[in-house]
Design a protein around this ligand. Sequence first.
Ligand SMILES: [Zn+2]
Length: 78
Amino acid sequence: MLWLTCPNCGSRPVEEFGFGGELPTVPDRITDPHQRDVDYVWMFDNLEGLSTERWFHQAGCRRWHTVQRNTIDDTVAT
Ligand SMILES: [Zn+2]
């Protein structure tokens, strides 16, 4: 079972959280503000390895948290 550490509530089972997706990074080569917004919302890296993600603690403090999760072995770094 995957456990996430909420900074407000401590270590909790992943079932208490809602997955908000990976935290996107927009490449510097995209300079048009509209295209940057499109890339930010719709383009995902879907990394194999360490991924920075957003999780919402819906059964706890109802706050968003940023988590670094290894997508290969499902371990959480932060
Ligand atoms: Zn919490």
